[in-house]
Design a protein around this ligand. Structure first.
Ligand code: SF4
Length: 231
């Protein structure tokens, strides 16, 4: 099966269904209740390689201790490490601390909203730049993490592995093409893609029967064709 060509009208329909599903089924998470760039950034760094339930335990306590970027910038490395203790992957904490110091020194404590500028900061890759730009500033910026790549490729390029360089490129192309142009709509669209990957189209199980996108999904169509051929 060759990858499907992307049809703009279908992508718009996919986005609309995805956003409608998200409005009904999303989890209430503390970082979805704020547009504070610093708080969004902290959540995004904590969520890298770490389960949501675990991050919730640490997120509130960390922000109580370091409520603003300026407070974090003024903290000692040992204090930051202590607050991060138990979350693992301490490079994230070191990067966050270095970023806070740099943004405090060079930008008067204000994080940039442009993904390209965000990517120049310590620890910020393409995914995190897109996430902060969209979730904090409501800028239409594409984002692709492991979950999003898996969902997009299952939908539109089912033979392409999300772990391959080609799969990553293809996932970014689809994410860009599917992104709504209005910022607030892009916020919901990106949150919804990530939520679908976490709750419905997961790494371990595809819950296609309750997926709002199955009418558009190449993987689902291939499963059905296989089942019919075997019957
Ligand atoms: S229909 Fe199934 S494979 Fe396709 S996106 Fe939904 S859950 Fe994933």
């Amino acid at each position: 099966m060759s990858p499907r060509r992307l049809d703009q009208r279908e992508l718009a329909t996919v986005s609309r269904k995805l956003r409608a599903w998200f409005k009904r089924h999303h989890r209430k998470l503390p970082w979805r209740e704020t547009r504070d760039p610093y708080r969004i950034l902290v959540s995004e760094l904590m969520l890298q390689q770490t389960q949501v339930a675990r991050v919730i335990d640490f997120y509130g306590a960390f922000l109580e201790r370091f409520p603003t970027l300026e407070v974090l910038a003024g903290a000692r490395a040992a204090q930051v490490r202590e607050a991060w203790h138990g979350l693992g992957y301490y490079a994230r904490a070191r990067n966050l601390h270095a970023l806070a110091k740099q943004v405090s020194r060079e930008r008067d404590g204000a994080l940039p909203s442009d993904p390209a500028e965000l990517r120049t900061l310590p620890g910020i890759g393409p995914y995190t730049a897109g996430a902060v730009a969209t979730f904090a500033f409501e800028r239409p910026a594409a984002l692709v993490d492991t979950n999003v790549a898996r969902v997009l490729l299952r939908l539109f390029a089912p033979r392409t592995s999300p772990k391959s360089a080609r799969g990553q490129r293809r996932a970014w192309e689809i994410a860009e093409a599917a992104l709504p142009s209005r910022g607030a709509t892009a916020w919901t669209h990106n949150q919804a893609l990530m939520e679908l990957g976490a709750l419905v189209c997961t790494a371990r199980v595809r819950h296609c029967a309750r997926c709002p996108l199955r009418a558009h999904c190449a993987t689902y169509a291939a499963d059905r064709a296989r089942a019919s051929a075997a019957a």
